[in-house]
Write a protein that binds this ligand. Sequence first.
Ligand SMILES: C[S@@+](CC[C@H](N)C(=O)[O-])C[C@H]1O[C@@H](n2cnc3c(N)ncnc32)[C@H](O)[C@@H]1O
Length: 302
Amino acid sequence: MRSYLHIFILVVATFQFTQSHVHAIPQTMEEEYDAATTGMLETLYGEGFLSHGGPETVSRMFKGISLHNKKMLDIGCGFGGPSIYLAKKHSVDITGIDPVKHILDKATKIADKQQLKTKVTFILTPQLPYPFADETFDIAFSKEALLHSREKQAVIKEIFRVLKPGGQVVILDWVFSPATNQSTRDLFNVPTFNPIEQQEYVEYFKDAGFNDISTAEQNNLACKYTIESIKHLKKNKESIVQKFGVHEYEEALLGWNTQYVLFKQKQVLVTLFKARKPETSTGIVQPVRVFKWYNPFTWFGK
Ligand SMILES: C[S@@+](CC[C@H](N)C(=O)[O-])C[C@H]1O[C@@H](n2cnc3c(N)ncnc32)[C@H](O)[C@@H]1O
């Protein structure tokens, strides 16, 4: 892999552990998301999902947004779990794009198996511009994928282009804050990752022409899902070791533990961004709304 390998490296740097297990740093997305990594992610997150929270998180991303009969774009669709879930639950037409071929092939296979060919289409899209006409989609979304992009500003402009007037963008991503320390920034200073500051994202939305921009930090939920993954790893140690080997298992365990620390200490902010393309261009940008996420699991207990 190796998302969790990078996390592993941080643990080494932070806690001065031995460096004897460090692998080569992935240079490409194909290396980052090799079979072992995607296999481990799917084992932890469920069929079709390469990111945390499964259908629950996907539903939360669109809370308050009507999806009925909408034409949607999923950027960095992975194995297609989020798109397939939305297509089964709502009357939507979804196109998923991703730069990695073996990932797209698997997404297509899962959608075919579930007879969703007419509602979900996956298109290999290794680079900008996206292969769609202006004003094609009602909603564009991305779940934990754009942290890999080195062209986020261009991506956001491209999203603006392919959205219909009044269309919405919904992005869940990992970002930094001014409080993020240097060792966390160093951890992500590798070819396949490029998290930016939360505020930088907001500026990109504004520059592209979006309005009605909001941010909502969801670290409490990210911690909850990370703990679930750690529990799953521990409970299913035997079968996971059998499938992936003991080394991969140990790296995963260490990686998810470190991920938990990064989320808990808010070194990395798991942030839901929403914005709208104006119906008509007024040139007036409204103030950014910041939502605080109250985790119901802790909130009601207080
Ligand atoms: C953590 S997975 C998330 C996949 C999916 N969104 C999900 O939630 O299951 C990240 C995905 O982003 C894709 N990706 C990598 N670089 C990208 C880029 N520049 N733009 C869009 N997607 C990218 C990867 O190939 C991978 O499928």
